[in-house]
Design a protein around this ligand. Sequence first.
Ligand SMILES: CC(=O)SCCNC(=O)CCNC(=O)[C@H](O)C(C)(C)COP(=O)(O)OP(=O)(O)OC[C@H]1O[C@@H](n2cnc3c(N)ncnc32)[C@H](O)[C@@H]1OP(=O)(O)O
Length: 209
Amino acid sequence: MKTLAILGAGGHGRVVADAAEASGQWDEIFFFDDSWPDRTCNGPWQIVGNTKQLENDAKHYGGIVIAIGINRIRLRLSQEMEFKGGRLAVIVHPHATISRHAKVGKGSVVFAGAVVNIGATVGHACIINTGATVDHDCQLADGVHISPGANLAGTVNVGTCAWIGAGAAVRQQIAIGADVVVGVGAAVVHDQPAGVTVVGNPAKVLRTS
Ligand SMILES: CC(=O)SCCNC(=O)CCNC(=O)[C@H](O)C(C)(C)COP(=O)(O)OP(=O)(O)OC[C@H]1O[C@@H](n2cnc3c(N)ncnc32)[C@H](O)[C@@H]1OP(=O)(O)O
């Protein structure tokens, strides 16, 4: 019996569970969330405990995924679960396409319609969301989120916990720093230093952290 534990019972968590179920790799799927015991289900799946309980039981699950949208929190909790003896799972929807010559790190999820092309590396605890593309030789550090429909051209470097917004596009060979936020629909044509939020076409700095 292979059981997946998902921490974070929100909408993103439901998409993770749905992809895991569709993959046919898991016999049972349970949620953990700090809203438990007030909430006991997340869509068709049960919520059976909170963060503390999952930490205590981490080593008893076949796999654990942290389904929390905030990149720094998702990465920290993924590291903590591993420290407690948990095995971080990789969840890939059967309609995602990942080159056999690409790498996807522990605790990462790749949703339906996403593509990760040859030579790309996706770090730990990343989200490659619905219909996003990560083209050849891109390097994504840990905790990165590529939102639905965003496109990274070839050989893009994305720093730790950066967030590429829905429908954004990034020109080839661009470097995006840690904790950068790229707004919905932006076109990134220049390198971006750590911590900035950029929007528009061409993308310009909206704020620095
Ligand atoms: C399945 C899922 O749902 S996954 C989640 C996917 N979600 C995303 O990709 C969201 C990405 N986030 C964004 O694009 C956000 O708008 C951000 C982070 C860029 C900015 O958010 P906030 O800091 O809350 O900024 P806020 O909404 O107050 O806007 C500030 C200004 O920037 C403008 N602005 C905000 N976002 C954008 C954008 N993407 N493109 C152009 N202008 C923008 C606003 O119009 C506003 O301008 P104004 O002051 O002239 O009215």
